[in-house]
Design a protein around this ligand. Sequence first.
Ligand SMILES: [Zn+2]
Length: 387
Amino acid sequence: MLHRLNNINLYAPENHGICNILIAAGKIIAISKEPIAIDLNLLASDEDFTGKKVVPGIIDAHAHITGGGGEAGFKTKVPALNLSQYTKAGVTTVIGLLGTDDTTRNTSSVIAQVYALREEGLSAWCYTGGYHIPLSTLTDSVRKDMVHIEPIIGVGELAISDHRSSQPTFDEIARIAGDVHVAGIMTGKAGIVHFHLGDGSRKLDLIEKLLDETEIPARVLNPTHCNRNIPLFEQACELTKRGITIDVTAFPPTDSVEEYSAAESFRRYMKGKFDKEKFTISSDGGGCLPHFDEQGELLYLDYGRCTLLSDTLKELLDEGYKLEEVIAVFTSNVAKLLRLNNKGKLEVGKDADLIILDDDNKIESVMALGQWHQKNYKTIRFGGFEV
Ligand SMILES: [Zn+2]
């Protein structure tokens, strides 16, 4: 299946101007300012995109692909996300994980869902473990999980500074981070611990202590939900100066003045002139987002959606931020941290995962691994049980 995309404004994420792109067998095989000559009989599609922008597909590094939740009784377990819930948002790569419920859900079911998404045409990997220690692993160790099971690229989301955590000790966390780092070296995988941060007043102190007192490289330690409260966000931004990549969550809109939206986090991060490559945004898609009072009693429940990523992208572009800077936090920055070498950039030899944006910064079409999933604002590929 060859596709030729003509006269398209290429953001790889850096802008290359008007280009023509040839795609074959799920890969980008040519990019040229000149017309790309090819036997027309070989082309499955040959389209003109004059006036349109193309950007890499979004890598969502934090999604509850089996469905998460269950934090207000069993009936609040969120169902697994359907294929088009990713692609509608421009997500072409997803990293699945477990959170609070690492008891009735386990690493085995996350891996099975990774395989299901791959069969449906998405790129997917996962973390092993979940909120709690001992970690829910498939084998008897994190290192074996990472070394022997191809989709597993690290540990997450391991909860700290949260009333739902295992109240892990420094030694426990240091041991896990060390094991993940070694397995990352052995396999070339991401080798990171993706930490869930709660609202606890200890914030990122445990991660600071790991930097101060162990030899574990900063890149291994990757906190998420860093925008859930303002002091946490400020500490997280400072930690990027020590080499940490921080992740913020595209939470559903709220009236809270205590947290920053993903878009507001981006604005503040850029204004603060922190390292542009050390900031990413993920969805928490499929996760339930409970709000508790100070006694841990549930106030109300919401759930994460991948489309909040594309909403955030549009919000920032509408404000006039440069497309290449905004799209990097959803794509190339994530690929770099996760060592996904074929992802996050539109270059010859990389996977053909791309989004066509219209003049209003809305997603018009989405291609994953060389296949159109969304075309002219319509879903054209559905998951197994969607229709
Ligand atoms: Zn979380």
